[in-house]
Write a protein that binds this ligand. Structure first.
Ligand SMILES: [Zn+2]
Length: 198
């Protein structure tokens, strides 16, 4: 069974002088064999601090998974120049594109297409001993700081997304997550228990 850890909690907030600050939830899925980093984000300082806290080196990462192609989710790939990049269906090794489906190659980590926020968005699903089914769905759900509302299915289904590509797809993806997850990892905000499982 895999273990799961949030390394940097995702945030999104307006700062000073018209600057906006955003970095997504960056998490680690790991066992004895493999370490998968999900959405390395933009905040290099916080990510490096988390690595130190966990006794990890940047070179320990085997796979970087990107949930979708919004820059706040991936700018920190610069810290890992030698690690292959994976999305929901392709592994990039330099100019080589290696195609796959269902699971991340070499792992039991399930990939589920969850379009809506972005058309290419995919989620990872794992089962852990402590938490049960963890659905790392990133921007299928996200909130600006202080606005997180995850107490009811209604709140979650109706949560506005100003950057959505398709509201219909997003509704379908949210339903998929809520049907299966024990715990949900949003793109920006705190990981939370599925209200239908409380
Ligand atoms: Zn996004």
């Amino acid at each position: 069974m895999y273990k799961f850890k949030v390394l940097v909690e995702g945030y999104a907030r307006a700062g000073q002088n018209g600057v906006y600050h955003a970095s997504p939830t960056t998490s680690l899925i790991y066992d004895e064999q493999i370490k998968v980093l999900v959405d390395p984000g933009t905040n290099a300082e916080e990510l490096k601090k988390a690595f130190v806290r966990e006794g990890l080196k940047l070179e320990d990462i085997d796979i970087i998974f990107l949930s979708h192609y919004h820059p706040d989710h991936f700018l920190n790939i610069r810290l890992f120049p030698n690690v292959d990049i994976y999305d929901g269906g392709i592994r990039w090794h330099n100019d080589e594109e290696h195609f796959f489906e269902g699971k991340l190659p070499g792992t039991d980590i399930e990939i589920v297409a969850t379009p809506g926020h972005a058309t290419e968005q995919s989620s990872l699903v794992i089962t852990t001993e402590e938490l049960g089914v963890v659905f790392i769905c990133q921007d299928v759900f996200w909130w600006e700081d202080g606005n997180q509302k995850n107490d009811t299915v209604e709140e979650l289904m109706q949560n506005e997304d100003p950057f959505k590509a398709s509201w219909e797809d997003l509704q379908r993806s949210r339903k998929t997550v809520l049907e299966r997850a024990d715990w949900i990892v949003p793109g920006h905000g705190k990981m939370f228990k599925n209200p239908t499982k409380r």
